[in-house]
Design a protein around this ligand. Structure first.
Ligand SMILES: NC(=O)c1ccc[n+]([C@@H]2O[C@H](COP(=O)([O-])OP(=O)(O)OC[C@H]3O[C@@H](n4cnc5c(N)ncnc54)[C@H](OP(=O)(O)O)[C@@H]3O)[C@@H](O)[C@H]2O)c1
Length: 434
């Protein structure tokens, strides 16, 4: 049986999938016995130049032609509107679906997976997280025997590139962002990446497969890197930490912490060494222990590699007549999502350089049962608007683990102290994500 594959959306990833299928179908057949046939490729604009030539006979502007002529429909349009309708239409017509659309799956995946399950169909989404890194299959299949304790990682290449440049070249955020744009690593509007939403979409998907229930996406705690100051990257480095945008899904008994925020990691942590546009994901299971997956998290070819792995997976099952669904929401009791995280903190205060300052900050922390691990005070003078001429210096306090609720109350109180100028900076520290 030839398994017919159709693609809707022939942009960066779609073009890569066409190229891979046309170049490597023979080797896929030798490896798996599966014969794939690229049936149709839909896009609304065929005038545009692409990195790979799509043969005339495959092209169409009508997505319905793709659905009609395929066993597997590959959605590579992106966004939530048309892409969702397309996937629903394909499923209602009995077609299996492959997509790389993290935005859609994270926010509205439950409806689509339920529809697929009702109809005994499969939605493959390997490419939605980590680009070419086979993390979905690893968590779902290779680690299936484990209770997963935590999944965390660097899931966005754009922000990792910016933070790497800030750390290694001592450039500020705006300069690093400009460089990322000039190299094609950041979109003209980079907000989905730099404000943490792209990472949030990916951790929502990882959390769904690792912990077995869909989360209300709006309740995921998301902070990006837009307001990161070079001073904190430098002070962190002096303390032996590297700043990363981390996405974390961590189980604490019946509660789940799912969060995205800038995080200090010890410089010897394997994730701290992941630089430039690379992604890496740590998964810890009760039997396997810690595992780490590393690779290119985006790009035409790596992402196409992941898309094709889903296509081949479905095709193999189709040939052997197996049912193709995975259970969704397999965790019978819905895990409670908590916003009261438990972590260590880096706090930076701008303070006058005089005796008694540290004591007053330490007292507020102690009143909230937060203990100090270490302190760093620099002689470097901070330039604060309206306070030119005053000797104001950065004071960094590293705390032991504390609950977020206590820390927030303490910070509120500290802002009323006359010695604390402006808003204190808070960055979470993960010594090891457990
Ligand atoms: N790029 C990556 O490295 C990467 C990595 C992982 C996952 N993904 C995901 O993969 C998906 C595709 O991303 P991409 O980077 O390939 O996007 P892209 O380059 O913008 O490609 C999307 C293509 O779909 C076309 N399109 C839009 N609406 C259409 C419609 N109604 N009918 C037919 N064609 C339509 C677009 O045409 P126009 O240009 O005219 O709009 C464009 O050619 C997204 O969900 C993305 O999040 C991408």
């Amino acid at each position: 049986m030839k398994v017919k594959v159709g693609i809707v959306g022939c942009g960066v990833v779609g073009t890569g999938v066409v190229e891979l299928l046309l170049k490597n179908s023979e080797i896929i057949k030798k490896k798996t016995g599966v014969e794939l046939e690229l049936s149709k490729v839909a896009d609304r604009d065929w005038e545009r130049q692409r990195a790979f030539h799509v043969p005339e006979g495959l092209r169409t502007t009508d997505y319905k032609e793709v659905i009609e002529n395929s066993h597997i429909v590959v959605e590579l349009v992106g966004g939530k509107g048309f892409a969702k309708e397309l996937i629903k239409e394909a499923l209602l017509k009995g077609k299996h679906v492959v997509t790389a659309n993290k935005h859609l799956l994270a926010e509205e995946g439950e409806e689509l997976f339920s529809l697929a399950q009702e109809r005994g169909l499969h939605i493959g989404f390997e490419a939605s997280v980590g680009g070419g890194i086979p993390i979905i299959k690893a968590v779902r299949e290779a680690l299936v025997g484990n209770n997963i304790k935590v999944v965390y990682g660097i899931l966005n290449g754009t922000t990792n590139y910016i933070l790497t440049r800030m750390l290694q070249e001592d450039v500020d955020f705006e300069t690093a962002l400009k460089e990322a744009k000039s190299k094609g690593y950041a979109e003209a509007d980079p907000s989905l990446d730099i404000d943490g939403w792209d990472s949030a979409h990916k951790i929502a998907i990882l959390s769904f497969i690792a912990f077995g229930s869909f989360l209300p996406f709006s309740r995921i705690h998301v902070e990006g890197i837009r307001n990161i100051e070079l001073l904190d990257v430098e002070l962190g480095r002096e303390l032996g930490y590297t700043l990363k945008l981390l996405a974390i899904a961590k189980r604490r008994e019946e509660e789940l912490e799912v969060r995205v925020h800038p995080t200090f990691l010890p410089e010897e942590d394997p994730l701290a060494k992941v630089s430039d546009v690379f992604n890496a994901i740590m998964v810890e299971g009760d039997f396997v222990g810690k595992t780490m997956f590393y690779g290119r998290g985006a790009g035409s070819h790596p992402t196409a590699s992941a898309v094709v792995s889903d296509i081949v997976d479905i095709a193999c099952r189709l040939q052997s007549g197996q049912v193709c669904t995975y259970p969704i929401n397999w965790e019978d009791k819905r895990i409670k999502l908590t916003e009261d995280f438990y972590s260590r903190y880096y706090l930076r205060f701008d303070v006058p350089d005089r005796p008694g300052v540290l004591a007053s900050i330490a007292k507020v922390l102690a009143d909230h049962h937060i203990s100090i691990a270490s302190v760093l005070q620099k002689e470097k003078v901070c330039k604060l608007a309206g306070r030119e001429g005053e000797h104001i210096v950065p004071l960094v306090v590293l705390t032991h683990k504390a609950y977020e609720s206590s820390m927030r109350r303490a910070l509120q109180e500290m802002q009323t102290l006359p010695v604390v100028m402006g808003k204190p900076i808070l960055i979470r520290v993960e010594e090891e994500a457990e």
